[in-house]
Design a protein around this ligand. Structure first.
Ligand SMILES: Nc1nc2c(c(=O)[nH]1)N[C@H]1C(S)=C(S)[C@@H](COP(=O)(O)O)O[C@H]1N2
Ligand SMILES: [Mo]
Length: 252
C-alpha cells in the first residue's frame, strides 16, 4: 500500500471512529501513530487529539494557498500587542543592529545569529494570508529564512521532536512539531512586502507559519530551542496559548 493511501485510511479511520465509537478510540489510534498534541489532557483534550491526528495524517505535506501579487492587502492592520519593554526599545533605537536569534537545545552547533547574518542566509518568499482567530486577516508577501535551513545550520539532532520559539515579549512562546518546522513555507520572516518587517507586525523577526492561525506566528522571535520533550516547557502544553484556552495545534 502506498504511503498516501495508508495515511488516507488512517485519517478516515480517525474521523469514522470518532463518530461511531467515541473519542477514546480515536485517541488510541492517534497515540499509536505518535500524534498526540501537548494539550491532549483536560476537557477538550480528546477533540484536540482528533483534530491534530487527522490533520497531520491527511494534510501534513500540503501547502498553504499562495496568492497573486494583486491580492496583497493595501493597508494591513497590525494586531495590537502590549507596548514593547525597555530592552526592546533599546534594540529598536539601534535599528536592531544588536538583535540576535539564538538557536540551542538538541543541536550539534548552538548558534547566535545577528539580524544581518539572518538576512544574508538563503531566503524564500510567499504571498499568503495571515489569519487571526478573531476574524481579521490580511494577505502579504513574506520573506525570510526557511526554518528548515536554520535547523540544518545548527545541526538539529535526529531525536528532535519539536522546535520551541520564544518572543522577546514576555509570555509569548510557542512550538511546532518537526513536520511543520521543516515545512517549506515555514519561515523566520524578516521582510514584509519588500520592506524590513515593521515592529507592528513583529519586526525584526517573527515566525511565519502560514498553515497555522495567527497566534502561532509569534512576533519578536529571539530564541529557538530544539527539544525531544515539549512537556518540560512551562505548564507542558507546548505553548503559552493553551494556557489561555487556545489550541496548541492551530492548523488551517
Ligand atoms: N509576541 C507576540 N506575537 C504575536 C502576538 C502578540 O501579541 N505578541 N499576537 C498574535 C496574534 S493573536 C496574531 S493574530 C498575530 C497578528 O499578526 P499581525 O499583527 O501581523 O496581524 O500575531 C501573533 N503573534
Ligand atoms: Mo490573533
Amino acid at each position: 500500500m502506498s504511503r498516501f493511501s495508508r495515511r488516507t485510511m488512517i485519517g478516515a479511520g480517525l474521523s469514522a471512529v470518532a463518530g461511531a465509537s467515541g473519542l477514546a478510540i480515536a485517541g488510541k489510534l492517534a497515540r499509536q501513530h505518535g500524534l498526540i498534541p501537548p494539550d491532549s489532557g483536560g476537557l477538550y483534550g480528546p477533540g484536540e487529539t482528533l483534530t491534530y491526528g487527522a490533520q497531520r495524517l491527511l494534510a501534513r505535506h500540503s501547502l498553504a494557498r499562495e496568492f497573486p501579487r494583486e491580492a496583497i492587502s493595501a493597508a494591513p492592520w497590525a494586531n495590537p500587542t502590549d507596548p514593547p519593554d525597555d530592552l526592546f526599545k533599546r534594540h529598536q533605537a539601534a535599528g536592531f543592529a544588536n538583535w540576535t536569534l539564538a538557536v540551542d537545545g538538541l543541536v550539534a552547533r548552538p548558534v547566535s545569529l545577528s539580524l544581518a547574518e539572518i538576512k544574508s542566509q538563503p531566503s524564500r518568499s510567499h504571498i499568503t494570508m495571515l489569519v487571526c482567530e478573531e476574524g481579521w486577516s490580511y494577505i502579504a508577501e513574506w520573506t525570510g529564512v526557511p526554518l528548515s535551513h536554520i535547523l540544518e545550520l545548527a545541526g538539529a539532532k535526529p531525536e528532535a521532536r519539536h522546535v520551541v520559539y520564544f518572543s522577546q515579549q514576555h509570555g509569548w512562546w510557542d512550538s511546532l512539531d518537526m513536520d511543520e518546522a521543516l515545512h517549506p513555507q515555514t519561515l523566520i520572516a524578516h521582510t514584509m512586502n519588500g520592506q524590513s518587517l515593521p515592529v507592528g507586525h513583529g519586526g525584526p523577526l517573527r515566525m511565519r507559519v502560514p498553515k497555522q492561525l495567527g497566534y502561532k506566528n509569534v512576533k519578536f522571535v529571539a530564541r529557538l530551542t530544539v527539544t525531544d520533550d515539549i512537556r518540560k516547557f512551562s505548564k507542558g502544553l507546548g505553548s503559552a496559548s493553551p494556557e489561555f484556552g487556545y489550541s496548541w495545534y492551530a492548523g488551517i
